[in-house]
Design a protein around this ligand. Structure first.
Ligand code: SF4
Length: 341
């Protein structure tokens, strides 16, 4: 934000009338920025403007959403409030409801049973055994893989913002850093409005803290910790359920037989019974429901484990942040003494 000389302090406000046309953000990028929903937001609570500028800014908005009020607040009080916010700032832990595991958000794709409806078997039990083998090969033997896939989706959807890379705008830390940069910018603007902007360090408003050297952060990036531990917990939940072996799913598929021509003997055609299996889809679907149900029964454990892991990363962020903010806070304390009461 520029140091406007000869102006008065104003607070810029944007009302609900804003329709997100973006004109103010383009024309006055020092004062306005775009929110995630496309609407505009004033970057700083207090700015110094001339009467002419106030008029131009207010009239710029086609929706009449921008208002400018002369700020009557005491600069020092505002400055001290910002200082206090910085001194007590801690990135918050996520709440359990933010990391809620809902099994109905996950989808298990049902495999294709390629051996169905082939009258290749000489007995009902041979067809039944072949169905069991197909059930096992296509899905049952992959239960842990399905669980891992669900947990991976959960991790990426709900936990990723807490261990995402610097450039990722969804990063929780990018949001915290932005919030802090905003507070520091406001403090800098207040100093400038009192003619004390000359000594502000160049990187005063910059905050770029990431706990990306934390071991858990790195392990989560590699798909470790959360997934490997929870797969075995969910698998044991599944194993303790009513269906936990291939045989338990037998009732979902069918077997059938038909007479098949088997050559001629003494001038007469001979036939014999041949068997097949079918309706494997129902068995696969039942297994998918059982896997999701096992995940559902362990939802508390999934959420608690996720929170525990993220708390540790956020603690590292707060510690690193403290070190980064310390010189800025001490500069602000020094400057506070120069502001008139
Ligand atoms: S000019 Fe008005 S409507 Fe357009 S983004 Fe700014 S405040 Fe919203």
């Amino acid at each position: 934000m520029s140091d406007t000389k000869g102006g008065l302090k104003y607070s810029l406000n944007i009302s609900d009338k804003c329709e997100g046309c973006g004109i103010c953000c383009v024309q006055y990028m020092d004062y306005f920025e775009e929110l995630d929903d496309g609407r505009a937001k004033a970057k700083n609570k207090v700015v110094v403007l001339s009467g002419e500028e106030v008029e131009k800014i207010v009239q710029l908005c086609p929706c009449g959403a921008i208002s400018c009020e002369e700020s009557k607040k005491n600069t020092k009080q505002q400055f001290m409030r910002l200082l206090e916010t910085l001194e007590t700032y801690r990135a918050k832990y996520p709440e359990k409801k933010q990391l809620a595991f809902r099994s109905d958000e996950y989808f298990i794709s049902i495999p294709f049973a390629s051996g169905e409806n082939r009258y290749d078997y000489s007995s009902d039990s041979a067809a039944n055994n072949a169905a069991g083998r197909e059930f096992n090969n296509k899905m049952f033997s992959q239960i842990n893989v399905y669980i891992l896939k669900i947990l991976t989706e959960y991790r990426i959807k709900y936990m990723k913002p807490y261990y995402s890379e610097r450039e990722d705008e969804n990063s929780y830390y990018v949001k915290c850093n932005k919030e802090l940069s905003q507070i520091l910018s406001e403090a800098a603007d207040l100093l400038k409005s009192e003619g004390l902007g000359g000594s502000i360090p160049a990187d005063f408003s910059k905050v770029a803290v990431f706990p990306n050297d934390d071991l858990v952060w790195k392990m989560l990036c590699n798909g470790e910790v959360m997934s490997s531990e929870m797969v075995s917990a969910i698998r044991s939940e599944y194993d303790s359920g009513p269906c936990s072996s291939v045989n338990d799913y037998e009732c979902y598929w069918d077997t059938d037989y038909t007479e098949v021509y088997a050559g001629t003997s003494f001038g007469r055609d001979k036939y014999k019974d041949k068997y097949c299996y079918s309706n494997m889809r129902e068995a696969f679907q039942e297994l998918a429901r059982d896997i999701l149900s096992a995940c559902h029964y362990r939802d508390d454990e999934i959420e608690e484990r996720a929170i525990d892991l993220l708390k540790g990363i956020i603690d590292v962020y707060n510690q690193k942040l403290k070190n980064v903010l310390a010189p800025k806070i001490s500069y602000m304390k020094k400057m506070a003494g120069q502001l008139a009461d």
